[in-house]
Design a protein around this ligand. Structure first.
Ligand code: HEM
Length: 230
């Protein structure tokens, strides 16, 4: 009986230690996935450079025909934000090369303003899908707003708050990745056309991101979380 109890105890301890060891890798795995997915989506977005607009985005003919410049600016600037945002979180870049951090932050902000304003123009262009249009429109405004607030706080030297708003800004930038991850579920499992699916992904691509980052920031403030440094 005693031997059985001891064996169970050892097994339990073994499992707790194993779980803790796997949890240690969680920030590294999260960081790796963030980079992989963001770089992947950014690179795939630039396929139009090789294929041309029509062949690269056959489902976006409405934008290509009616708001060509806004569309080109959007798909050129937004991926820049997606990639540069990743570098902004690197603690070593911030501490060793603050000049590069500041410049890449400025370019990130310009990319967000261009991507956000043109995103808004594209959203107005899909008024036949009002739920999607409202979702993308709200995202555009919040994206620009969160980024502007982050810059304003940095200029005021309020760095802790600046960092929190950068997290929020990038959570919104990351909507581009979330959208492409969840879209196949609607199209394949939900048997929907893109136009119908966009009414869902126009919201689900970013609302959960904001909730997750808010939860993360609260836990971090309370000192309860593992740090993820993209
Ligand atoms: C976060 C704010 C963003 C907003 C509000 C936004 C908005 C939009 C809208 C409204 C469209 C047209 C969709 C449709 O007609 O159904 C679109 C397409 C597109 N956006 Fe964005 N976007 C954002 C971020 C990004 C980012 C960060 C990227 C970077 C990769 C990106 C890349 C693209 C591309 C490549 C398209 C063409 C269609 C596709 O490949 O799915 N967008 N965006």
């Amino acid at each position: 009986m005693n031997v059985l109890c001891n064996a169970r105890k050892h097994h339990l301890i073994y499992r707790i230690v194993k779980m803790k060891t796997s949890l240690q890798y969680l920030p590294k795995i999260t960081t790796f996935l963030l980079w992989l997915l963001s770089l992947g989506v950014a690179l795939v977005s630039y396929r139009f450079l090789a294929l041309g607009l029509e062949a690269a985005f056959p489902g976006m003919m409405n934008h290509i025909a009616n708001r060509n410049l806004a569309f080109i600016l959007h798909i050129s600037a937004s991926p820049v934000a997606l990639v540069l945002g990743l570098f902004q979180f690197r603690p070593r870049l911030r501490s060793k090369y603050p000049g590069i951090h500041r410049w890449s932050g400025r370019i990130y902000a310009v990319a967000v303003v261009i991507g956000g304003l043109t995103g808004l123009i594209l959203a107005f262009g899909i008024s036949d899908r009002p739920i999607a249009a409202f979702g993308f429109g709200t995202l555009s405004i919040l994206w620009i707003g969160a980024t502007a607030r982050a810059i304003q706080l940095a200029m005021a030297g309020r760095m802790a708050e600046h960092q929190r708003w950068v997290y929020r800004s990038y959570a919104l930038t990351f909507a581009a990745v979330t959208l492409r991850l969840i879209l196949p579920f609607f199209i394949v499992l939900g048997d929907m056309e893109y136009s119908q699916a966009s009414n869902y992904v126009g919201w689900i691509s970013w609302v959960p991101n904001l909730l997750i980052i808010e939860f993360y920031l609260r836990r971090r403030k309370a000192g309860k979380t593992l740090t993820v440094s993209a």
